[in-house]
Design a protein around this ligand. Structure first.
Ligand SMILES: Cc1ncc(CO)c(N)n1
Length: 225
């Protein structure tokens, strides 16, 4: 039998993983039909999300016992601060959202739920619990970019207002960050006993479901703001 690895986490919550990675938000983003207000709401909330996500990698650094683990956490933090957040602020400006407006954005409840779930899971558990709680984010978005590119209805280039968003997550740098997270988790899952696998599978499923809510809230802005 193959040793347990990241794919097992996805398989254990197959339907939830599919609901997240093939969400209506992504289908509409892929063919360019997503309402602009939904995307702007997403961008503003994602700014708040990314700040907590960076804090979660800082927590991973704090919880590291080895230089290798510390470096892995540092890579994650750098990917968010230097790659995603820098681009995010620039990108929001292009969508008419200034940095000042981002800082003023009230946090929607699904943003609070997801980010605090990750931070709490990381504080209560060990480094593996924390990386598994983060996995739907970094690995999920890398797989989402691949999924979008594989769909026949996807429109790329100037005809799709969301083309640059797809470009960010298909980029070599982002894909490499996701691969390094997969490798780290795969190595930690080898030889894990079944009850421990069940625990982390539960964390993975919960984080995946919270990602789905993060897409869904953008269609129901008034319900959450
Ligand atoms: C909500 C969310 N999940 C994952 C990512 C990818 O880092 C992101 N930017 N936002």
């Amino acid at each position: 039998m193959d040793s347990p690895n990241f794919c097992l986490l996805k398989n254990r919550c197959h339907d939830d993983w599919q609901a997240y990675t093939q969400h209506r938000f992504l289908r509409e983003l892929a063919d360019g039909s997503l309402p602009k207000a939904a995307f702007q709401h997403y961008l503003q909330q994602d700014y708040l999300f990314l700040i907590h996500f960076a804090r979660a990698y800082a927590l991973a650094a704090y919880k590291s016992r080895t230089l290798a683990d510390l470096r892995q956490a540092h890579e994650g933090l750098k990917a968010i601060l230097d790659l995603e957040l820098g681009l995010h602020v620039e990108y929001c400006a292009g969508w008419g959202i200034s940095e000042a407006a981002l800082e003023q954005t009230p946090e929607a409840r699904p943003t609070t739920a997801y980010t605090r779930y990750v931070l709490d899971t990381g504080q209560r558990g060990d480094l593996l619990d924390l990386h598994v709680a983060l996995a739907p984010c970094v690995i999920g978005y890398a797989e989402i970019a691949d999924w979008i590119n594989a769909q026949s209805f996807t429109v790329r280039g100037a005809a799709n207002p969301y083309d640059a968003w797809i470009g960010m997550y298909e980029s070599d740098e982002f894909q490499a960050a996701a691969q390094s997270e997969r490798d780290w988790i795969n190595a930690r899952m080898e030889r894990l006993p079944a009850p421990r696998i069940a625990q982390i599978a539960q964390i993975f499923r919960e984080a995946t479901r919270l990602e789905t809510d993060f897409w869904a809230m953008n269609f129901e802005e008034s319900a959450y703001s």
